[in-house]
Design a protein around this ligand. Structure first.
Ligand code: 7TS
Length: 416
């Protein structure tokens, strides 16, 4: 469903885009809002809000069951959203798109279904040091159950994956490489295609976390040749509570279901159950219909703008932010990878991140402070937390200026 009214010219019309996000148009503590927390969750454009609203007002019913008109309408829209998502990541088939509640559930699905069926005692699982907890803990749980070992792929002081160490670890013939495409606490863009090639040569599958890449860049799962790719609707300007597991059809076909229930079966008797075809085998129970529809609209919205234009715009805003940060001796930036997307994670000398976050909020600037669910990254840099400004398509240089004006205020307060 392409949205003609949102067709933007190749120059990326930032003012038009900002106008499509109603939540941006408000005051916080008397200041116009500057939203720099899209890495945690992005704001929603009108087209997404209206699609969910329209669905509930007109079309809501359960899917894949009723013969009545509303059920048919809901089913058509729900199924169409999967085709939008297929296009969004260029999957070979919509059977390869499994709906989950988000990235977290998608990664747990792989660990619990593929992992339980394929991991044996003594196997190695490689997990990078810059992962979000949701691409660490499911592998630790699996390893504990199977007496397998999780091994860390280290990074360097710039937050760049240590490819030499990775190649060395591959000599141990691991079964799985769990790796984020873009690191949420650092912004590092990992060379995923190369990682996949090396992992495959060593006989491992690659489970990639696309939660922070899909909002910022064009993703082509076929070109990457990645085995599994997880992402969340709410970070690509869609609703919360919905996300995606892409998996290669051959792998998904061979995997056992994870949860049992309605919709994931063809027939059930007390002698046994025949499971449904893909993707439904992995979607037990009434799905999150409205939010799946909203997520499909969000994916169309981004495709319509063009992910190359999004990436170019955000890159220019991030470069500006990094150049302003470089002027500040009191500021340490975490994550200086040459290839970086969307994230400025930093410390200010002598000021606790939570104080920075609170003071910025009082000036209308929303950032996230904390460990960003990436505690190993904090441990690596020896800090309990960072302050993180994360970009969305609606941010511009003026937002960065407001961030740095806010930082000036923080420093004035703490230097007194
Ligand atoms: N993976 C990465 C790289 C993430 O950034 C996040 C969420 C997740 C997985 C989990 O996604 P969910 O939608 O299942 O929760 N990251 C953040 C963040 O950086 N700040 O808040 C949430």
């Amino acid at each position: 469903m392409a949205i003609a009214s949102n067709k933007l010219n190749a120059d990326f019309d930032i003012d038009s885009i900002r106008g499509q996000f109603p939540a941006l148009d408000q005051k916080v503590h008397g200041h116009s809002l500057v939203y720099l927390d899209s890495g945690a969750s992005a704001q929603k454009p009108n087209v997404v809000i209206e699609a969910v609203d329209h669905y509930y007002r007109n079309d809501h019913s359960n899917v894949h069951r009723g013969v009545h008109t509303l059920s048919e309408r809901a089913t058509v829209k729900y199924d169409a959203s999967r085709v939008s998502i297929q296009k969004f990541v260029n999957a070979a088939s919509d059977r390869e798109i499994i709906y989950t509640s988000g990235t977290t559930e998608a990664l747990n699905l792989v660990a619990q279904s593929w992992g339980r069926a394929n991991i044996k005692e003594g196997d190695d699982l490689l997990v990078s040091e810059m992962e979000h907890h949701s691409n660490i803990v499911p592998w630790q749980m699996l390893a504990a159950e199977k007496s397998a070992t999780v091994r860390k792929i280290p990074m360097d002081q710039d937050g760049v994956l240590d490819m030499q160490a990775f190649k060395k670890l591959l000599e141990g013939k691991p079964r799985v490489v769990a790796i984020t495409h873009v690191a949420n606490a650092l912004g590092t863009v990992n060379p995923l295609a190369e990682i996949v090639r090396l992992a495959h040569d060593a006989g491992a599958i690659v489970v990639a976390d696309g939660a922070q890449s899909t909002p910022h860049m064009s993703v082509d799962v076929q070109a990457l040749d990645v085995d599994f790719y997880a992402f969340s609707g709410h970070k690509i300007y869609g609703p919360t509570g919905i996300g995606v597991l892409y998996g290669k059809e051959s792998l998904l076909d061979a995997m056992p279901p994870w949860q049992g229930g309605g919709d994931m079966i063809k027939s059930v008797t007390f002698d046994g159950t025949i499971y449904n075809d893909l993707p439904f085998k992995f979607e037990a129970g009434t799905p999150n219909i409205a939010d799946a529809i909203g997520m499909g609209v969000a994916a169309d919205y981004l495709l319509d703008i063009g992910l190359e234009a999004v990436a170019a715009h955000e890159h220019s805003v991030l470069s500006y932010a990094l150049s302003r940060a470089a002027e500040r001796s009191e500021m340490t930036v975490f994550g200086n990878a040459p290839d970086k997307a969307g994230i400025l994670s930093f410390a200010l000398e002598g000021v606790h991140p939570h104080d920075i976050g609170t003071m910025l909020d009082h000036q209308g600037v929303a950032v996230r402070t904390g460990h960003h669910c990436a505690q190993p990254v904090m441990q690596f840099f020896g800090v309990p937390a960072t302050t993180r400004a994360s970009l969305g398509i609606y941010n511009n240089r003026q937002d960065i200026d407001r961030l740095f004006d806010g930082i000036d205020e923080v420093m004035k307060m703490f230097r007194r």
